[in-house]
Design a protein around this ligand. Structure first.
Ligand code: ADP
Ligand code: MG
Length: 499
């Protein structure tokens, strides 16, 4: 489209609907366990195979303003609920498609908005009633299982869903560590503590410690001399001063009962030998990010100046060095809770795919563990909500016939989820729609291509968030009456300020 163009009214609405449908179409084939993988290729020829809707939408390189809003919707669903992004976009596409039909039949967007919102609030209260409260661990495990189904991690679903749920019971996803290492995924493990991928600074240091831990920011080396020296005696003298300096530091460390040191910078080789002799375990060049996690897990500060060590600055905890393909150290603080997942994967690409799958799974597990309310997936919950809204039993209808038409359109749109799952399995859509209308307690068995009661569970929060996200964002797009290709918005504000 040209710059500085104004698109108004029906034309703007068409643009919005077309874009939403295009984007929904780009991801709908990935929905559910039989969803297809898509290959993303960037301009540099990097390839990644994925069936994760959020990843696909995020990677679409687009200047289309409507498309980027829709990509944002997927992102915010992921941030709020960790999962359900494809569901949200597919549903929003369907809602906009039906809105477009209603508009063509003379229904005003405001009536549609009212009807959609009414339908949404009814669907939310009905799903609240349908939800089953489970035991926290069980809810977390079921949620992780559903999130992992259909991804490459599925072959290890039992081990991984157990790990995710246990991890979610210990720590918040943001504070969890997920480490992919080369190896066999069946050796995945949960560690109740923080894992730092590091080997001890030098051989011969203790492998386990219990007691004070110092987190040091500075390089652990003697002060540098700038003088150029030719006199060997002078050199010796300086070396002696440097050695003395190091010995003093180590003496201080011993006085402070330091058992382990994490140093963000380098540790001088002489220093390393002194530490080893004093049986202090030390790690050097620890990443800043890991240092921050250590402060959180241990509830301690980073020491800026190691020459000025105070006992009070020390963290207290246990460390254990584990030797494997990549050595790592487990750190446990007194009382502080942390969880780390070590995820071995055969290739770098599969490592990334496992990482993404686990991030989602741990997130939904966390929601499930906290909230414990679960609903039936595989399209069942959507069929149940749709049925309730259309049946008229205990469910108010709108007085205004146009609003009512929109409320019903919302209820029918919910079926897009079981329909898309059925489509991915190659089932007959008409047949599925009719059967679900009569027996909404069924779900889509995508493997056997039949409708039957399914034991697939999702956190209520994910389902509700995807549905609200689809309606609220769909509504704000419906409200958009004109799209103006403006100058960069920042420039407009800058001009206003100058005036
Ligand atoms: P999203 O990005 O929306 O999470 P997914 O590709 O993860 O998309 O698909 C989620 C849908 O797949 C949900 O409706 C869920 O109930 C359904 N689903 C998950 N596992 C199964 C299963 N074993 N059989 C049928 N449907 C399933
Ligand atoms: Mg999912």
């Amino acid at each position: 489209m040209d710059d500085n163009r104004i698109v108004k009214g029906r034309e703007a609405q068409r643009w919005i609907v077309d874009t939403a449908l295009e984007m929904a179409d780009a991801v709908r084939h990935t929905l559910g366990p039989k969803g297809m993988d898509m290959m993303l290729v960037d301009r540099l020829g990097n390839k990644v195979l994925t069936n994760d809707g959020a990843t696909i939408l995020k990677s679409l390189e687009t200047k289309d303003p409507v498309a980027s809003i829709i990509a944002e919707v997927a992102k915010s669903q992921e941030q709020n609920a960790f999962d359900g992004t494809t569901t949200c976009i597919v549903l929003m596409g369907e809602l906009l498609r039906r809105a477009d039909e209603l508009i063509s039949r003379g229904v005003h967007p405001n009536a549609i908005i009212k009807g959609y919102r009414m339908g949404l609030s009814q669907a939310i209260s009905w799903s609240d009633e349908l939800a089953e409260e489970k035991d926290a661990y069980e809810a977390g495990r079921e949620a992780a299982k559903t999130a992992i189904t259909g991804k490459s991690a599925e072959d290890f679903i039992d081990i991984l869903s157990d790990i995710c749920s246990r991890a979610a019971m210990i720590s918040r996803p943001r504070e969890m560590m997920l480490l992919t290492v080369p190896g066999n995924p069946k050796d995945a493990q949960l560690i109740e503590g923080l894992v730092v991928l590091k080997s001890p600074a030098t051989a011969g240091m203790p492998n386990t410690t219990k007691g004070n831990i110092a987190l040091i920011e500075q390089e652990m080396a003697p002060p540098q001399t700038q003088i150029s020296l030719n006199d060997p005696e002078k050199i010796q003298e300086i070396v002696a001063i440097q050695n003395k300096f190091l010995e003093e530091i180590v003496k201080r460390l011993v006085e402070c009962k330091v058992q382990a040191i994490f140093c963000q910078k380098n540790i001088d080789s002489k220093m390393m030998q002194l530490l080893r002799k004093n049986e202090i375990l030390a790690f050097r060049n620890v990443r800043r990010n890991d240092m921050m996690k250590l402060t959180e897990a241990l509830g301690a500060q980073i020491i800026a100046d190691f020459a000025d060590l105070q006992k009070e600055d020390m963290a207290v905890g246990e460390t254990e060095v584990v030797e494997s393909v990549n050595d790592y150290v487990i750190v446990k603080g007194d009382g502080a809770k942390a969880a780390s997942i070590i995820m071995p994967a055969p290739t770098e690409q599969s490592g990334e795919e496992f990482q993404r799958a686990l991030e989602d799974a741990v997130g939904v597990s966390y929601l499930a563990v906290k909230n414990k309310k679960m609903v039936k997936g595989a399209g069942t919950i959507q069929a149940q909500m749709s049925h309730r809204l259309l049946s008229g039993e205990d469910c108010a209808t709108a007085d205004n016939s146009k609003v009512e038409a929109a409320r019903r359109a919302f209820a029918e749109a919910l079926l897009i989820i079981p329909q898309t799952l059925a489509e991915s399995a190659g089932m007959d859509l008409m047949d599925v729609t009719v059967k679900l209308g009569n027996s909404p307690e069924l779900g889509v068995n995508v493997h056997d291509m039949v409708l039957e009661p399914m034991d697939v569970f999702e956190p209520l929060a994910v389902v509700q968030s995807a549905m609200s996200g689809a309606v609220e964002n769909g509504v704000s797009l419906l409200r958009t009456h004109s799209i103006i290709m403006a100058k960069p918005i920042q420039e407009i504000f800058a001009e206003a300020e100058r005036r």
